[in-house]
Design a protein around this ligand. Structure first.
Ligand code: ATP
Ligand code: MG
Length: 214
């Protein structure tokens, strides 16, 4: 069988804060349909790696290419190929749940935005809240909205930082199922997680990060 397309290629990624090395020469290749779970203790550097992957942290050494393009370049192709949920998203305070998703779907040229937004709203179980502003949602509901912003449009690479955070049991089960389906459809996934069930169900590979060294 032909090897699947290489989506993400990280070579010799090194990140230091002063004399402390957080990430030491990390190499990582992720192909379409593969999911990598980044594990390791609190402070091991998982979120740091993810911020580098999405181009939010550029003060690092090494190369990171998404679909052959360096993520440090302000190439619009990067934005099209990448969907990420890390940290707490800043939502537009005046846009309702449905308006957020609609805006994103249209910005990414989704062919049938109304249908897609409706389907995602059902999936994340925010139908009754669809007219509400983000500030009126519970923290778990806001997390569901953040995940929905990634699921409302296609992406070659999905980057998730502890996506299970604040979800109820049923929510984590839904998430595992959703990520498996995306992977089967060819999405490449890199996620940091402390949830062994999620990791077992979704990841094709686990990369454990070590302790930062000073
Ligand atoms: P968690 O499981 O708690 O989310 P993590 O693996 O995501 O942990 P990171 O958030 O990537 O860990 O943090 C990695 C390390 O980087 C931590 O030890 C932290 O102290 C260090 N660090 C982060 N920002 C800075 C900074 N601005 N200056 C110095 N050290 C920093
Ligand atoms: Mg983290």
């Amino acid at each position: 069988m032909a090897k699947r397309e290489l989506v993400l290629e990280v070579k010799k990624l090194t990140k230091r804060y002063g004399s402390t090395t957080i990430i030491d020469n990390l190499n990582l290749s992720v192909r379409a349909g593969e999911a990598v779970a980044l594990t390791g203790r609190n402070g091991a550097g998982k979120s740091t790696v993810l911020r580098c992957l999405i181009g939010a942290d550029r003060a690092n050494e090494g190369t990171i290419e998404l679909d052959g393009v360096a993520v440090s370049e302000t190439d619009p192709q990067i934005r099209r190929n990448l969907a990420a949920v890390i940290d707490d998203l800043d939502f537009f305070p005046d846009l309702s749940v449905v308006e957020h998703l609609d805006l994103l779907a249209r910005a990414h040229g989704v062919a049938d935005p109304d249908e897609v937004v409706d389907a995602v709203l059902h999936e994340v179980q925010l139908v009754p809240q669809s007219g509400q502003l983000p500030g009126t949602l519970s923290s778990g509901q806001r997390r569901r909205l953040a995940l929905a912003t990634a699921f409302v449009r296609p992406a070659k690479l999905l980057v998730l930082d502890e996506p299970e955070q604040r979800l109820d049991t049923e929510g984590v089960e839904w998430l595992a199922q959703r990520l498996r389906a995306d992977r089967a459809a060819g999405t490449a996934i890199v996620m940091a997680t402390h949830d062994e069930m999620l990791s077992r169900q979704v990841a094709t590979r686990t990369v454990e990060l070590g302790e930062p060294r000073g």
